[in-house]
Design a protein around this ligand. Structure first.
Ligand code: 13P
Length: 253
């Protein structure tokens, strides 16, 4: 039985003070909701203070980072290492988000190195995969995602694969208000699980949480997460409002 995971990707929103306020509001709203794991992924600049707030509030919410550089230290101006994140209490790291692939030009081999680096530090990668609208309309959605999984998980050993989290995020659904239908998202998530089974074995694939992300809102969260292969949500815009994010967590619990 997989525990649903609802993770908020705050992207480049919230100053440090705003981030601390958001997490405090959220903590009281999600307290006591069972059967679901909740994670917040603030910008790097507020990881330390959000971590401290979660601790002081006694909140069970997990802390995630939105990115990482795949080396433990060195002359990499502007980058943040896995040990730096680990030291702040980070347990999840988003890797391969389409905004980094498309805007910052990150390629699969770089994403694969990040997956490896996050696992090496004992944290859990949330690997994002997904197709563009053109790829979907040309019938290439499954092929695109299959290629990303094969390349990005190339350095993962079968015995460590069950801890992975994969997020299917169709690029055309991110920040657009357009959501994949529950049936379309289920089809892709089931395909992803099948691919994981081929790579790591069926028993392992059964344990991996495969999330959906892309305009998840309080109004559509329940029907998406009711699908058998959708094990939670990676939420962007709606995670920036405590009430909306809490409503999505409630839908999963
Ligand atoms: P939205 O929920 O704003 O569409 O963003 C989804 C996303 O990219 C989460 O990583």
């Amino acid at each position: 039985m997989r525990t649903q995971l609802v993770a908020g990707n705050w992207k480049m929103y919230k100053t440090n003070q705003e981030a601390v306020e958001l997490v405090s509001g959220l903590a009281s709203l999600v307290e006591g909701l069972g059967g679901v794991e909740v994670a917040v992924c603030p910008p790097f600049t507020s990881l330390a203070d959000v971590s401290r707030s979660l601790h002081e509030l006694g909140s069970g919410m997990a802390l995630g980072a939105q990115n990482v550089y795949p080396r433990s230290e060195g002359a990499f101006t502007g980058e943040i290492s896995p040990p730096m994140l680990k030291a702040l209490g980070v347990t999840y790291v988003i890797v391969g988000h389409s905004e980094r692939r498309e805007i910052l030009g990150e390629k699969d081999d770089f994403v694969a190195a990040k997956v490896r680096a996050v696992l090496d530090e004992g944290m859990t990668p949330i690997l994002c995969v997904g197709e563009t609208l053109e790829e979907r309309e040309a019938g290439g959605a499954l092929g695109k995602v299959e290629g990303q999984l094969d390349a990005d998980l190339a350095n993962v050993r079968p015995e460590e694969a069950s801890a992975l989290v994969i997020a299917y995020e169709p690029i055309w659904a991110i920040g657009t208000g357009k959501t994949a239908t529950p049936a379309d998202a289920q089809e892709m998530n089931s395909f992803i699980r099948g691919r994981l089974a081929a790579m790591f074995g069926e028993a392992t694939a059964d344990k991996v949480r495969v999330l959906y992300g892309g305009s998840v809102k309080p109004e559509n969260a329940a029907e998406l997460m009711a699908m058998p292969d959708i094990d939670g949500a990676l939420v962007g815009g709606a995670s920036l409002k405590a009430e909306d994010f809490a409503a999505i967590v409630r839908a999963a619990s």
